[in-house]
Design a protein around this ligand. Structure first.
Ligand code: PLP
Length: 391
């Protein structure tokens, strides 16, 4: 027997990178020494004090019961404290913070909450592909805001047609940006808030790489900007800041009504997250800021080692301001998919083809700084030899 799949599921975009993941696995199984820099999965372990907090919590039978629907109050308090300490932003833990089962889930929920068929959601291009998932589920349309080197990786808001602003209901913003590594400025957020206010658009700032800024760039929080809470929310995941990608914990902060709506939809989907994981997340958010600084420095050393090796072989690439990605421009006319395929086949280095992040990602590949420095240098050397043979 077959069952007719609902249209909203049929509409879901193909996972562009699942083919790459399979190909990497096939080369590894064939015994090749593949350096996999194609994904965004942090390679370092969660700090031990967080793991120990989980172990202690799991031994307490109180955590084995259903947690409160909307999450542990102390986790929301810890998130509010974290924002106060890190960004000087005041948040009411109960009204302005919602616990999420990972940031990805929150991004989809916002689309389900606010988009109807015929509505438009603004997305960065290139950008994180999962913004498109919630938009497709809601039957709405994405409108790509080009962010390229030529506009400093910040969209030209004046170039967006009035008719698009009128239909736009949700606007996904992401700095430090995956995949380009670009940072942003308070001035851009101010302009975005003005536009959002003028057109009644909800800004969702995805701050997944908030802790990872390089040199003197310290990524600003959207919520630090006057008026942000009136037009939007920020999604902060523990995945990257604390190497907790597998734990599935994040939170949304900002506009109280949006937070209430997120909680409302989640009342139907979940009974929050395992309480032991929530207690460990409290330990993460209240933990030493030094751990976060050490992680930032690790990625900065990796960035410098990788780009240093690439540049000394004559390949030019810009330095990212944040995130753990390098965004490498290819020689003109070269397809990013063909390049990534051949690089994997011939040099056993996996990178993500820029096309997978949108039309404006073409002509680039994304390299994740998710291996030790010596492996990154080795990857750069293999890439440079491959490049020299080909171009
Ligand atoms: C830009 C961006 N947003 C959101 C996420 C989702 O993070 P998580 O669902 O682990 O919180 C990721 C993960 O790679 C990301 O790169």
């Amino acid at each position: 027997m077959t069952f007719r799949l609902a249209n909203r599921i049929v509409r879901l975009p193909e996972q562009f990178f699942s083919g790459l993941t399979r190909r990497v696995a096939a080369f590894q199984q064939a015994g090749h020494d593949v350096i996999n820099l194609g994904q965004g999965n942090p390679d370092l372990p969660t700090p031990s004090h967080i793991v120990e907090a989980l172990r202690d919590a799991v031994l307490d039978p109180a955590t084995h019961r259903y947690p409160p629907f909307r999450g542990l109050p102390e986790l929301k308090e810890a998130a509010a404290e974290f924002y106060r300490r890190t960004y000087g932003v005041a948040l009411d833990p109960e009204r302005e913070i919602a616990i999420l089962v990972g940031g990805k889930t929150g991004l989809v929920e916002v689309a389900e909450l606010y988009l109807e068929p015929g509505d438009v959601a603004l997305v960065p291009d290139p950008g994180y592909p999962d913004y498109l998932s919630g938009i497709a589920l809601a039957g709405a349309e994405p409108y790509a805001l080009a962010i390229t080197a030529s506009n400093g990786y910040m969209p030209d808001l004046e170039a967006v047609p009035e008719a698009v602003w009128e239909r736009a209901k949700v606007w996904y913003v992401n700095y430090p940006n995956n995949p380009t590594g670009a940072g942003t400025t308070a001035a851009f957020f101010e302009r975005a808030i003005e536009k959002a206010r003028d057109h009644g658009v909800l800004i969702v700032h995805d701050f997944a790489y908030g802790a990872i800024g390089y040199d003197d760039h310290r990524p600003p929080s959207f919520l630090q900007i006057e008026g942000a809470k009136e037009v939007g929310i920020e999604i902060y995941t523990l995945s990257k800041t604390f190497n907790m990608a597998g734990w599935r914990v994040a939170f949304a902060a900002g506009h109280p009504e949006v937070i209430e709506h997120i909680n409302r939809i989640q009342d139907h989907y979940y009974v929050s997250i395992f309480a032991a994981v929530q207690r460990a997340s409290v330990a993460a958010l209240r933990g030493p800021a030094d751990d976060i600084e050490a992680l930032r420095q690790t990625y900065q050393r990796r960035r410098d080692a990788f780009l240093g090796a690439l540049r000394s072989a004559g390949i030019e690439a810009p330095s990212p301001q944040g995130s753990f990605f390098c965004w490498i421009p290819l020689p003109s006319g070269v397809s990013s998919v063909a390049f990534a395929d051949a690089l994997l086949e011939q040099a056993h280095v996996a990178v993500a083809p820029g096309r997978g992040f949108g039309e404006h990602g073409e002509g680039h590949v994304r390299v994740g700084l998710l291996a030790p420095e010596d492996r990154l240098v080795e990857a750069a050397e293999r890439m440079a030899r491959f490049w020299a043979r080909r171009f």
